[in-house]
Design a protein around this ligand. Structure first.
Ligand code: ZN
Length: 143
């Protein structure tokens, strides 16, 4: 007798629009990219259709080096539902390129998180359709 497979709880999807699709597609390729205005050259994140400085609609992307610094963080306790198994550390990371982004923190316990700590991106392949950039301390820390 065949058994019904147990449904697997998928990670919630970030908002993906035609303006943000390039970011998530790059993440699936394990690349962290930053949108760049091709008129004035400024970098921007989160992605948006026009440059907030010169209003140009023309843009391309640059690959980030993946290094950054923790600017601030929070601990999400709710909702604690599958696939999550505990509180989530969420950081605001300032990349070496100057833009900031929000991402999960991995490889560090809450009591060891420190504002200003150097971080390195890595990629969490959640399921076949979703890869998330997450950040890990760039230097070994005692837990
Ligand atoms: Zn511009």
């Amino acid at each position: 007798m065949a058994t019904t497979p147990t449904p697997v709880a998928l990670r919630p999807r970030p908002v993906m629009t035609k303006d943000t699709a390039f970011f998530w597609e790059a993440a699936r390729q394990h690349r962290l990219v930053i949108q760049r205005c091709t008129r004035c050259g400024r970098l921007r994140h989160p992605p948006m259709p026009s440059c907030p400085h010169c209003l140009s609609l023309e843009w391309d992307t640059v690959d980030a080096c993946g290094r950054g610094m923790l600017t601030t963080y929070t601990v999400l306790h709710r909702p604690l539902a599958p696939p999550f198994t505990g509180p989530q550390l969420i950081g605001v990371i300032t990349l070496e390129e100057g833009t900031k982004l929000v991402a999960g923190l991995v490889g560090v316990e809450r009591n060891r998180v420190a504002i200003g700590m150097p971080l390195q991106v890595e990629f969490l392949d959640c399921d076949p359709e979703l890869t998330l950039p997450v950040f890990r301390p760039a230097v070994e820390i005692e837990q």
